[in-house]
Design a protein around this ligand. Structure first.
Ligand code: CFM
Ligand code: HCA
Length: 530
């Protein structure tokens, strides 16, 4: 792997090579290794990252159905975030669902010159008159920050005028180095403006919030069924198949179960600081991971009946899982995969591939931080740079009225028995020795890796998909699942095994060599030799 890294870096100008070198690591799970991440992409490198606005509006607020999210910016920004992520929702009995609409102030040149605050006010008023929602979110895209429109002042004014909850996000695309900054801004905004508005007891014996599960391809629908069967009240999900009303009530839960650590750990931390609600890291991608996570939730509540019910579900669901693995594994065993995805899936999906005998030889995040690679133990040693300083850290104080001392005591007692809280060990300790870990991979690096490893499949996104397929390697979108899914839980794992079996065993890629392999698509001659 070290030779491969040398070869990759060799192509870059010296300065670039020096910088990139710190983001490519030949993995050794036995030792502590540092990887450079969450820094600006080097100009000129083709990154797969998205922007701060995508992380705030598209990722965190996007999957919530009963809020009108108005994008303050040119129409292209709104169009980009319009359901492309495949986050699904069940509109419920009230049918209040604005997710299939695309709300935008459609900023024009003249608005950029003379300011767009009046236009934003009008948009909020119009949206309210038509739909009468009880919440409206406003999201700034790049030009808004540049011209200085104050979305917060407009939101406050309109909140007063209309008497509903309206709040703004300064999530201009350039605000951070990737989507990750937008997650943080969104977490802060929801915590400040929404969480805690409703103190009604949601009822039930076991109450949890599911954090970092976005219902891509219907994943949450699968998980919700397990919770229902277990008798667990899902107070809120941040944010998939979710409502703003659930967020308002989130501080009434007994536990936060965190799926995607990268995007939502801030809310988990703030709920613990303010209300004493502990959090655990769980993962519902992979059948074994699902079983482990359901058990961990059940053990937390220390209830015999709940534990027994959980075992019953696991046993029942594992029948289909095992039968499918048995069928698929003879065709998938030993095949190689590589994954470059966001800030959590490049880790979570390795287990799922592993269950059908496939090896992950290289993986990386687009925008994960060092803790997502190396574990939360490194958080205190992460250097704060100009970019991370850009994002506000909220000052959270203990809420004396809604402080759960019982949960704080429960946490201490369970910790003494070896139950882990607030832990995430990251991706690198789970990867093979000498596998290649890469942060913010570039197209050049991807091409080089295909040549070297000849993987059977790559998991990544839409920007890589067709380039990689032209190399004769199938690409599974691990963001949108292409047109498939759900892939979470036991049912999801079964779907995934079957889809991957088909993808890695189809002969089609070998049958269609790309046209340029045999003859160049363009022939050119130097003018003076013609
Ligand atoms: Fe978390 Fe996500 Fe991901 Fe993410 Fe994303 Fe996504 Fe992703 Mo695309 S919240 S970090 S910002 S698991 S949208 S549902 S698939 S890059 S790996
Ligand atoms: C985003 C959303 C995205 C993009 C996926 C992709 C998603 O980052 O804005 O590049 O294919 O999951 O939809 O991550």
């Amino acid at each position: 792997t070290s030779e491969l890294i040398e070869e990759i870096l060799d192509k870059y100008p010296k300065k670039v090579a020096k910088k990139r070198a710190k983001s490519l690591v030949s993995n050794d799970p036995e030792i502590d290794q540092e990887i450079q991440s969450n820094i600006r992409t080097i100009p000129g490198i083709i990154t797969q990252r998205g922007c701060c606005y995508a992380g705030c509006k598209g990722v965190i607020l996007g999957p919530t159905r009963d809020i009108i999210n108005i994008v303050h910016g040119p129409i292209g920004c709104s169009f980009y975030a319009w359901l492309t992520r495949r986050n699904q929702t069940d509109p419920g009995p009230d049918g209040e669902n604005y997710m299939n609409y695309c709300f935008s102030t459609d900023m024009q040149d003249t608005n950029i010159v003379f300011g767009g605050e009046k236009k934003l006010e009008a948009a909020i008023r119009e949206a309210y008159e038509i739909f009468k929602p009880h919440s409206i979110g406003v999201f700034s895209t790049c030009p808004i920050g540049l011209i200085g429109d104050d979305v917060h002042a407009v939101s406050r004014k309109m909140k007063e005028e209309l008497g509903i909850n309206i709040f703004g996000f300064s999530c201009e695309g350039y605000k951070g180095v990737s989507q990750s900054a937008g997650h943080h801004i969104a977490n802060n905004g929801i915590f400040k403006h929404v969480v805690g508005l409703n103190d009604t007891d949601p009822g039930g014996k076991f109450k949890i919030n599911l954090l970092g599960e976005y219902n891509i391809g219907g994943d949450s629908f699968v998980l919700e069924k397990y919770f229902e069967e277990m008798g667990i009240t899902l107070v809120s999900t941040f944010s998939g198949n979710s409502t703003i009303s659930q967020f308002e009530n989130a501080h009434m839960a007994d536990l936060n179960a965190v799926m995607c650590h990268r995007s939502i750990n801030y809310i988990a931390e703030m709920l613990e600081k303010k209300h004493g609600i502990p959090w655990i890291k769980i993962n519902f991608i992979g059948a074994d991971a699902t079983a482990k996570s359901l058990r961990k939730i059940a053990e937390y509540f220390e209830d015999e009946e709940l534990i027994a019910k959980t075992e019953e579900i696991i046993e029942r669901e594992m029948l289909e899982v095992k039968a499918t693995i048995e069928d698929v594994k003879s065709r998938t065993e030993g095949k190689l995969c590589m994954m470059y995805v966001g800030g959590s899936r490049a880790h979570h999906y390795q287990e799922l591939f592993g269950e059908i005998g496939m090896r992950t030889i290289s993986a990386g995040y687009e925008f994960g931080h060092r803790d997502d690679y190396e574990g939360r133990k490194v958080i205190d040693s992460i250097k704060i740079d100009a970019d991370s300083r850009n994002i506000e850290e909220l000052d959270i104080v203990k809420d004396e009225t809604f402080w759960r001392q019982d949960l704080v005591d429960k946490k201490t007692a369970l910790e003494n028995e070896g139950f882990g809280f607030s832990e995430y060990d990251g991706m690198m300790p789970d990867m093979e020795k000498n596998s290649l870990v890469i942060d913010d991979i570039s197209h050049w690096e991807t091409e080089k890796l295909i040549e070297y490893y000849k993987p059977d499949i790559i998991g990544a996104g839409i920007k890589e998909k067709y380039v990689i397929q032209k190399y004769g390697v199938p690409l599974k979108q691990l963001h949108s699942y292409d047109y498939g899914g759900p892939y979470a839980g036991f049912k999801g794992a079964v779907n995934f095994y079957k889809d991957i079996d088909q993808m890695v065993n189809t002969k089609i890629w070998g049958l269609i060599p790309p046209p340029w392999k045999n003859e160049p698509e363009l022939v050119a001659k130097l003018a003076h030799t013609a």
